[in-house]
Design a binder for this molecule. Structure first.
Ligand code: NDP
Ligand code: OXD
Length: 309
């Protein structure tokens, strides 16, 4: 039984070392050097070339190399009877929460502005709002959204979330379903998107959604670029309805040099680094699923192929 890694956007040596550290005798292949296709029973992949997964006749598991699985479900040739699993890792959630909290505090306390002012020796105080007067709305109350919500609530923010299904979380109201979306938005000063990308959530950050937020709201997208209608976001910032945005993810990555986001004074950009999967932290769960697949046990971190996340 061989594990094939399909991923060509990074150095895979830390992945191979981390997997081998947990299971020294693991037969690891790296695409495109697959060897005998019949040996491949476990695939660990990120943005694979569409159509190739159906070439492995004995494939038992398709594992995303990250938390998101949209890169898998956009493949029309994804083998239908092979289960899909993903990464669920407290370290990934911690890093995501730290990133978003940093962005929120920077927005509230104008640290970027003070760095600019310092360059001009300008002594100028800015007014600011404190946590207890700030309402943060988190779209997507899954593994990452809930971790962030709890940490923000502990800092004194008023936090509410939106998900498909209702949830009981102490001190955090969760609005469920499309019917409660407008109410969720109407209470929000800072909107954080942590939704998975699916047919239902694509283009959800559009003019209609933005217009339901309170005036001067700030938008943070750390989920996927396809959630945002780029031109609507720019229009709502330019009209003064939104105060600005920080974007970590984009429809096309790297963000093309000619994209209007780069030079917009109220748009901050980071290069899809809100959180990164650490191979050492996640290798044990990958190997756990490898053993489960081998023995026919139930897999962990299973994704619903029906829901697409
Ligand atoms: P989860 O699957 O754990 O959570 C998804 C949440 O979204 C759930 O609460 C789910 O509701 C909710 N949801 C899904 N569809 C809808 C819908 N149509 N309407 C309302 N709510 C919906 O995902 P994670 O928290 O692990 O990850 C979220 C995303 O973050 C990933 O898919 C990935 O795209 C992105 N990501 C970005 C990274 C970065 O560096 N920028 C790093 C890692 C992940 P319910 O709970 O009811 O099912
Ligand atoms: C992920 C990501 O989904 O890095 O893990 O975006």
């Amino acid at each position: 039984m061989a594990l094939l890694i399909i991923c060509n956007d990074r150095d895979l040596s830390p992945w191979i070392a981390a997997l081998k550290n947990v299971k020294p005798k693991l037969d690891i292949r790296v695409y495109p050097k697959e060897g005998n296709l019949e040996d491949i029973e476990f695939v660990l992949c990120w943005k694979h070339p569409k159509g190739i997964l159906k070439r492995y006749p004995n494939l038992k598991v398709i594992s995303s190399l990250g938390a998101g699985v949209d890169h898998l479900f956009t493949d029309p040739d994804l083998p239908v009877n092979v289960p899909v699993v993903r990464i669920v890792d407290p370290e990934l959630a911690q890093a995501m929460s730290e990133f978003v909290i940093g962005i929120i505090l920077n927005h509230m306390r104008s640290f970027t502005l003070y760095s600019e002012n310092q360059k001009q020796k300008l002594w100028k105080a800015n007014r600011f709002q404190i946590a207890k007067n700030t309402q943060i709305g988190i779209m997507g109350m899954g593994v990452l959204g809930q971790d962030l919500a709890k940490k923000l609530a502990a800092l004194g923010f008023k936090v509410h979330g939106w998900a498909q299904s209702s949830k009981e979380l102490r001190g955090i109201k969760v609005y469920a379903g499309a019917e409660n979306y407008a109410t969720f938005l109407a209470q929000t000063n800072i909107l954080v998107c942590l939704l998975p990308l699916t047919n239902q959530t694509e283009n959800i950050l559009n003019k209609d959604s933005f217009s339901k937020l309170q005036k001067n709201s700030y938008v943070i997208n750390v989920a996927r670029g396809e959630h945002v209608v780029d031109s609507d976001l720019i229009e709502m910032i330019d009209s003064g309805h939104l105060s600005g945005t920080t974007l970590d993810v984009f429809r096309e990555e790297p963000l093309p040099k000619e994209h209007a986001f780069w030079n917009h004074p109220k748009i901050k950009i980071t290069p899809h680094i809100a959180s990164l999967t650490n191979p050492v932290s996640v290798a044990p769960q990958i190997i756990d699923n490898y053993h489960r697949a081998k023995s026919g046990d139930e897999l962990i971190n299973l994704v619903s192929t029906k829901l697409g996340y």
